[in-house]
Design a protein around this ligand. Structure first.
Ligand SMILES: Nc1ncnc2c1ncn2[C@@H]1O[C@H](COP(=O)(O)OP(=O)(O)OP(=O)(O)O)[C@@H](O)[C@H]1O
Ligand SMILES: [Mg+2]
Length: 285
């Protein structure tokens, strides 16, 4: 049994397993006219220029866009790792800007699981201990049992005492996913989680995300440059120059590991048939 399901069995609020389209329900993520401006000496760098989006429980969303379009900036705001310059961010209905530092840290730990492109694991810490850490901050008991279940759910039950240097890239990313989901977050945010992986490890990681979304109903948002990966999600949002330029459902999301990756040209065509915004396709790869 996965850590997620164990937590559900202990009375977690998550019961809905499919994508939720009923707009009367509270969005897990609701951002309204978010902007982010960096001050660089005399210069103002406007990175997000009014981004509004609602993401409901059970959705599986990918964010695409050219390098520098503001994807990581947006993800860091969604993950409460950074604050917007203006606009509103409601996380599970709670206005994040009204929270104190402590409340924010607590919400981040409980509600959000973050997965990074470069895994962000502690170098000298064994897999089990890495996954236990978020539970330490939450003051939860039964830590090693829950951490072990999370690692087993990503296929790493046999690697509990391995250091990151004793794991492959794909395995390290799976430890990071286990760490992100061990607290039963409302949402998993991943910034290019397959960006540093070969295609086989990337497929394994996608299989895990798809299973977490399908079976445990975990809302998932991730950034990818890879149209093929994006086609495995249910909704694609395209950012360009700090604005959303397209936001579309994927008609028939692919199942990871089932379909053969097509040639690069076909791959691009598949996604741009649906979401092409009229700019240069090369910008998106
Ligand atoms: N802390 C910062 N201070 C100043 N400028 C920043 C900061 N962080 C990001 N930027 C700028 O904001 C813009 C958007 O950066 P961001 O990392 O969000 O892009 P991205 O879409 O994730 O790109 P990539 O696909 O290359 O990861 C870039 O032009 C970047 O230089
Ligand atoms: Mg980025």
């Amino acid at each position: 049994m996965s850590a997620q399901r164990q937590n559900n069995a202990r009375g977690s609020r998550r019961t809905n397993r499919g994508p939720r389209t009923d707009v009367s329900k509270t969005a897990v993520i609701d951002i309204r006219n978010i902007t982010k401006t960096y001050q660089m000496g005399q210069l103002e760098l406007r990175v997000l220029k009014g981004v509004s989006v609602k993401i409901f429980e059970g959705e599986f969303v990918s964010i695409m866009g050219p390098s520098g379009s503001g994807k990581s900036t947006l993800m860091n705001i969604l993950g409460a790792l950074d604050t917007p310059s203006s606009g509103k961010f409601l996380l599970d209905g709670v206005d994040v800007s009204k929270l104190s530092e402590n409340e924010l840290a607590s919400i981040r730990n409980k509600k959000i699981g973050f997965v990074f492109q470069n895994f962000n694991l502690l170098k000298r810490t064994e897999a089990l201990r890495q996954v236990e850490l978020p539970l330490v901050y939450s003051g939860i008991r039964n830590r090693s049992r829950l951490a072990k279940a999370a690692l087993e759910s990503v296929g790493l039950g046999q690697r509990l005492d391995h250091l990151p240097s004793e794991l492959s890239g794909g395995q390290q990313q799976r430890v990071a996913i286990a760490r992100a989901l061990v607290n039963s977050p409302s949402v998993i945010l991943a910034d290019e989680p397959t960006g540093n992986l070969d295609s086989r490890s990337g497929t394994e990681v996608m299989q895990i995300f798809q299973r977490l979304n399908r079976e445990d109903g975990i809302t998932t948002v991730f950034v990818t440059h890879d149209p093929w990966i994006a086609r495995h999600t249910k909704r694609v949002i395209m950012l360009r120059d700090g604005k959303i330029v397209a936001d579309q459902r994927v008609k028939e999301p692919l199942v990871a590991g089932e379909a053969e990756r097509p040639s690069e040209a076909e791959e691009l065509q598949g996604i741009f048939d649906e979401t092409y915004y009229g700019g240069d396709e090369n910008e998106y790869t």
